[in-house]
Design a protein around this ligand. Structure first.
Ligand code: BGC
Length: 767
């Protein structure tokens, strides 16, 4: 009887799983069957149409221009349409007027919000809080889906170790372990357990792969990466997305080890499909098929189409009317007729796309409810979550003499000067890839501070300096141009005005950094210097000797080495999103406590780039007397290490121990450490675990992040953090054996609040 009960219990536990698995398998089978039936009815032209994705830019195009192509079945997907009325209009043509009534798939870059803007991805990674990131992307998905968008070109998971590269802002920074956690969290946030469910989007992990390693930090430039760097550093966040069930993958623009990513058989065939078993479809980056000609890889556009399709790019994203666009649409039919591309190759790509469309339920429910949009947009609950996300993403870099948090109602402060080019700029609170929000609703630092201190304290604002790009941004057509640069006279007057304001106020909040279009795509910067005369403003304001808080609004680490010994408080807020100004005021006044940590190593200056913590020790460490592997003018250590960030309280780590001193290959080791809040305020700490393999078939980085947890601690409270090091954490791709290995070795372990943690122990892995 007991056994029967046990069996029933086991069955009841597994039944839902078996059922879900069964349902998933059935829907997969049903989708493949319907896709096969449909495929059998399609002409070659209609098939090629499904592989064709076009931009529709309402700034430049009229819907009538697009409709004939949709009607004739020449388009499978559109991107950049975010108006539900227009989405339904195009969809109606596809499902009511085209021969086979195949619905369009509408895609858009929902990178960090849609109507409600969340902090930029680099900022969200600074939260070290995957659950929060998942929540933010769930809301972004809900808002975009309400407008009729079904597919987001996110998450962007490119590892970036060169902050000159503007797209560092779109990813999770330099580390594969943190990057993988953020990648999976975002896929879960967008897709949930089923991307067809209400409020969910199909996700697209990008840009596969190695894009972040662009030479010189120049966007789209070549990347040269060894297989070991690829497998151990650049690919893990992609693998995490695939394991989390991401539906699509975008191929990258650049050339990887001489073979452009969009025509790269090794990446798309070997790694993605063979090694990882990816079953969804691959879309090219915009015009990146045609770019294969520019790369000097394909002979002409027909050759480019041939090479991309055979490498594994199923859908081509292109901008109609451009010289590099339309490689598939213009050439595939001819290539099939000439026998250079087989029908089976075309069919495979079409099938994958149709299966995704079927699984999304597009054939049964192609339209969006136009009346539902309003209730999902400008939602106060979404705004509140964005505010918390911005609080949790901020990193406190310095807080000399505990200047922060400020005290509300402090009788010594009756006026505050909020100064700088980012202090009252709604546009710059949001960061790149914010094309669907309502700009008016973004809260600036000036607004947030005024709201926080109330009418009793005067908040004065001056811009002080103007900043701008030397070359315009490609996104100017969406956001509009910036005001014309100031004249020399205006420059002098505005600078003086800001100084006078600072002089006459009791406290200064300087808000410096970068415009939103100074990072992101096609936004590489030759240095990490603060643009324009911001450094001069910083020096002049600091010389006044007022209590000064420096708030940074930016998409990459910037050179603040001058400030770190002179400005008492520095808060990195990144581009914090729609609620940024409120969140910053919350942090400044202690209604929220900073707990974010840097997801990137912060250089002292541009000359140290590239710099990252997971280096290999090739000479003596810098602490050695006879250390020679250094610059002769500055330390090799960064300004702030990876994982760094302060709180309004302090934490102490102790009692680091391992569950066993020795484990067999394949077994796990538990690492435990006690973390105590030793200050007088409640706070949150990100406990981090790093390991180092002392010897092996290949040399391993000095430290690698292999676990973390963000925990909340009341004053005096102590918690034990328990992290597991198992096979996944101990396995690496060895250049020596050209494959994955887990080797017997001694491992050092460190636990602490950043990548320079000193509390250490060891364990051994034996055969
Ligand atoms: C970017 C992609 C983006 C695509 C569509 C490209 O230029 O590299 O990240 O998803 O445009 O907007």
């Amino acid at each position: 009887m007991r056994n029967v009960k046990c069996l029933l219990l086991i069955l009841s536990l597994f039944l839902p799983l078996i059922q879900t698995f069964g349902q998933a398998a059935t829907s997969r089978d049903a989708a493949s069957k319907r896709a096969a039936d449909l495929l059998a009815k399609m002409t070659l032209e209609e098939k090629i149409g499904q592989l064709n994705q076009l931009f529709f830019l309402s700034q430049l195009m009229k819907p009538e221009m697009m409709e004939p192509d949709i009607r004739e079945g020449r388009v499978g997907s559109l991107l950049f349409v975010t108006d539900p009325v227009l989405i339904n209009r195009f969809q109606k043509v596809a499902v009511e007027q085209s021969r086979l009534k195949i619905p369009l798939l509408f895609g858009f870059d929902v990178i960090h919000g849609f109507r409600t803007v969340f902090p930029v991805p680099l900022a969200m990674a600074s939260s070290w809080d995957p659950a929060m990131v998942e929540r933010a992307q769930t809301i972004a998905a809900r808002e975009a889906r309400a407008a009729g968008v079904r597919w987001t070109f996110a998450p962007m998971v490119d590892i970036a170790r060169d902050p000159r590269w503007g797209r560092i802002v779109e990813g999770a920074g330099e580390d594969p372990y943190l990057g993988a956690k953020m990648s999976a969290a975002q896929v879960r946030g967008f897709q949930g357990s089923d991307p067809s469910a209400p409020g969910r989007l199909l996700a697209c992990v990008k840009h596969f792969a190695g894009y972040g390693a662009a030479d010189g930090g120049r966007d789209y430039d070549s990347a040269h990466l060894s297989d070991a760097e690829l497998y151990n550093v650049y690919l893990p966040p992609f693998k995490a997305a695939v394991d989390a069930g991401v539906g699509t993958v975008m191929s990258a623009y650049m050339n990887l080890n001489d073979v452009p990513a969009t025509g790269n058989v090794f990446l798309l065939g070997q790694v993605l499909r063979k090694e990882w078993g990816f079953k969804g479809f691959v879309v090219s980056d915009a015009n990146s098929v045609g770019d294969l000609v520019t790369h000097g890889f394909a002979a002409d556009k027909a050759d480019a189409a041939l090479r991309a399709l055979t490498a594994g790019v199923d859908m081509e994203m292109s901008l109609p009317g451009t010289a590099v666009g339309g490689a598939y649409a213009d050439n595939l039919a001819k290539l099939v007729k000439e026998g250079r591309v087989t029908t089976a190759q075309i069919d495979n790509a079409v099938r994958r796309i149709l299966e995704v469309k079927l699984k999304l339920g597009l054939f049964d429910n192609p339209y969006v409810d136009e009346s539902a949009t309003a209730s999902h947009h400008n939602n106060p609950e979404h705004r509140q979550i964005a505010r918390v996300a911005a609080q949790r993403s901020a990193v406190l870099l310095r807080n000399e003499g505990n200047l922060l948090p400020l005290t509300k109602g402090d009788p010594k402060v009756s006026s505050i000067a909020v100064i700088g080019p980012l202090a009252d700029s709604k546009r710059d609170m949001r960061g790149p890839w914010t094309l669907a929000d309502d700009l008016k609703t973004a809260i600036t630092v000036v607004e947030g501070m005024r709201e926080k201190v109330g009418p009793g304290v005067k908040v004065n604002y001056a811009q002080g300096v103007d900043i701008g790009r030397a070359y315009p941004s490609i996104f100017a057509i969406f956001a509009g141009p910036r005001p014309a640069p100031w004249s020399e006279l205006q420059k002098r007057e505005e600078f003086e005005k800001a100084l006078a304001l600072a002089r006459s106020s009791d406290l200064v909040v300087l808000v410096l950094g970068e415009h939103e279009e100074m990072s992101g795509e096609a936004a590489s910067h030759s240095t990490i210097d603060l643009p324009g005369r911001q450094r001069e403003l910083l020096e002049a304001v600091s010389a006044l000797g007022k209590p000064t808080v420096l708030v940074l609004i930016n998409g990459r680490p910037v050179d603040i080495s001058w400030a770190v010994n002179r400005v008492p408080a520095i808060l990195e807020a990144w581009h914090p999103g729609s609620e940024g100004g409120n969140a910053i005021a919350d942090l400044i006044y202690g209604d929220a406590t900073p707990g974010g940590k840097l997801p990137v190593t912060w250089p002292r200056s541009s000359g140290q780039i590239p710099i990252y913590y997971a280096r290999h020790l090739t000479q003596k460490p810098e602490s050695a007397k006879d250390f020679t592997s250094r610059y002769w003018d500055m330390p090799t250590s960064p300004l702030y290490p990876f994982g760094y960030g302060l709180s309004y309280t302090t934490f102490a780590y102790s009692n680091l121990r391992v569950s066993k001193a020795e484990a067999k290959v394949g077994e796990s080791v538990e690492v435990l450490v006690d973390v105590e809040n030793t200050g007088r305020k409640a706070g949150e700490e990100v406990a981090q675990l790093y390991i180092h393999q002392r010897a092996g078939s290949a040399s391993r980085p000095m430290r690698e992040l292999k676990g973390f947890e963000r925990i909340a601690l009341a004053p005096g409270e102590k918690k034990t953090v328990r992290l597991t090091i198992g096979r996944a954490e101990l396995t690496y791709w060895s250049s020596a054996v050209k494959g994955w290995v887990q080797e017997p070795a001694t491992f050092d372990v460190w636990a602490g609040g950043d990548s320079t943690a000193t509390l250490t122990t060891t364990f051994r892995i034996v055969r």
